[in-house]
Write a protein that binds this ligand. Structure first.
Ligand code: ADP
Ligand code: MG
Length: 371
């Protein structure tokens, strides 16, 4: 459809993607320190600068109906704290909005206990929100929606967003990526996972750890950062776009759990490079900080150097760090709420559970919620 169709599609039949949509209809000039485009918005209040971010979790899109409510409470806050981590912010407080299909005391006790355990660990207080009943439809009790707005504090003069990467900077990642995507593939019935890898992957998907300590430790060293929520290639792509640069990634340097060595390379690429729900930080830093960064440990993980920023636009994957190392041709798509996935070894490796095959994992009566 043409672009003048009222915004219902992109140009010439190309689906209007999540980020194009935001850029076209919502990104406007702002008098605030930082508006749309980074993991957090920034506002100055007196001598303080606050970082604000919000993320929603929708039943059938971000989690399955039978998810453990204690895990869900943890995850709803964790994904928001992860955006504060990307900005190097100190968590301060948060607001909680709930649309509940029903008032179930046992469910609410478990959900709030998971959420408050993480909140207390980061001294981040719940200060308000909104609670409504989710509308029920014919034969459906209504779908749960959780939205959290998290607020943190940043050092005004040492704030980092997605736009500061410079040619020659190294690219780093905290922890490792791909296990949450494996857990999703397992839940979809697409792969079998032996124990103890299965439990580890499921834990990564259900109880992500926001890299708050590492995000703070990188203040003053990292030139740009983002948290990996939708897939490493796509999320690094946001840094490249906002910084006006390109990059090369070294596949052998990519940290991955031991279970991946038993899996086909195509599955490794799909999960490690394009799997969602990892909540690691990808960041850039000058080569002069290499030695210091290699010593960095926090939130139970270390950091790995996985590539370099280049002035040539685009993202290249090489089978080694040497400039002569062969290029690897991967055509992987990170998660976008509005662009259909291209077929791959696991379908789309992302946090989206909306494409569950009926009966594939016992949740077949649940399909996705339309936009
Ligand atoms: P993240 O994955 O870090 O939560 P998103 O990819 O969801 O960030 O969003 C990219 C940017 O667009 C962020 O700066 C976010 O605040 C902004 N954004 C997303 N949706 C909207 C919206 N409906 N209105 C205004 N800004 C939005
Ligand atoms: Mg983010």
């Amino acid at each position: 459809m043409a672009a003048d169709d009222g915004g219902h599609s992109g140009k010439e039949g190309v689906p209007l993607g999540e980020f194009t949509l935001i850029e076209r209809f919502f990104a406007r000039a702002t008098p605030e320190r930082q508006g749309i485009g980074d993991d957090c918005a920034l506002i100055d209040i007196g001598s303080q600068t606050l970082a604000l971010t919000s993320d929603m979790l929708l039943e059938g899109v971000h989690f399955l109906p039978d998810v453990d409510p204690e895990h869900l409470g943890h995850k709803a806050l964790a994904v928001n704290l992860s955006d504060l981590a990307a900005a190097g912010a100190r968590p301060r407080c948060f607001l909680l909005d709930l649309a509940l299909p029903r008032a179930d005391a046992a469910w609410l006790a478990a959900f709030s206990s998971g959420m408050f355990a993480l909140a207390q660990a980061h001294e981040c207080a719940l200060i308000g929100g909104d609670t409504t009943r989710a509308p029920s439809g014919p034969g459906s009790p209504g779908l749960l929606t959780i939205a959290i707005t998290a607020i943190g504090e940043v050092d005004r003069d040492r704030y980092r967003g997605r736009s500061g990467a410079q040619p020659g900077d190294d690219i780093w990642i905290t922890g490792s990526t791909g296990e949450a995507a494996l857990a999703l593939a397992y839940r979809r019935g697409q792969i079998d996972l032996p124990e103890p890898a299965r439990a580890a992957c499921i834990r990564r998907m259900d109880r992500p750890t926001p890299r708050i300590a590492l995000g703070r430790a990188l203040v003053g060293t990292a030139t740009a950062s983002i948290d990996v929520s939708d897939g490493l290639l796509g999320d690094l792509g946001h840094i490249l776009e906002r910084s006006g640069v390109g990059a090369v990634l070294y596949w052998p340097a990519m940290p991955r759990a031991a279970i991946f060595s038993d899996l086909p390379l195509a599955v490794q690429y799909a999960c490690v490079l394009a799997g969602g729900d990892d909540y690691e930080l990808v960041f850039t830093a000058p080569a002069s900080s290499r030695a210091a960064l290699l010593q960095l440990v926090g939130d139970g993980v270390g950091v790995s150097r996985i590539g370099q920023i280049e002035s040539v636009p685009g993202l290249r994957l090489r089978d080694g760090e040497h400039p002569g190392a062969p290029l690897i041709d991967v055509n992987l798509q990170s998660f976008d709420h509005f662009v259909p996935p291209s077929p791959g070894p696991l379908g789309q490796a992302s946090a989206d559970v909306s494409a569950l095959e009926p009966g594939a994992d016992g949740h077949g009566d649940k399909t996705g919620v339309g936009p």
